[in-house]
Design a protein around this ligand. Sequence first.
Ligand code: FES
Length: 124
Amino acid sequence: MAVTTRDLASFNSLTVGEQRFFTLKINGTTLVVPRECAHRGGPLDLGLIDQCERTVKCPWHGSTFKLSHFEKRALPTVRNGNMITIVSETAPTLFWTEYLPHLDAENRTSNAPSSNAPRAGDQS
Ligand code: FES
C-alpha cells in the first residue's frame, strides 16, 4: 500500500503500475479515476462530460457512463486544501499535466481574468 501526497494543481494525469488515471471533478470534489473505457479501452479523459446529465461519453464509440460509475472506481483520496493524498496498491510512478478539453474549459471558467488584468495585445 502506498500513500502519496501532491499539489492538485501540479497534475491532471498519473500512472499507477500499468494503469492510467486522470482527475475528474464531480460536484466540486476532485476524484482520481481510471482513464480506460470499459468497452475497448478508450481514453475517457478525452470524453465529453455532461455535468447536467452527470455523464461522460467515450470519444471512441460513444459509450456513456454515469458519473457514479467513476465515483465507484476512484482511488481513495483525502483532500487538504490544494493538496491531495492518494492511496494506491503501488506508488504512482508518473504525474503530469496534459491538455484535457473538459479540464481546460472548467479552468477557463473558474480562472477567467478579472476586468483589470492585462489581455493579449494590450499596450503598456
Ligand atoms: S472504447 Fe469507449 S466506447 Fe468503445
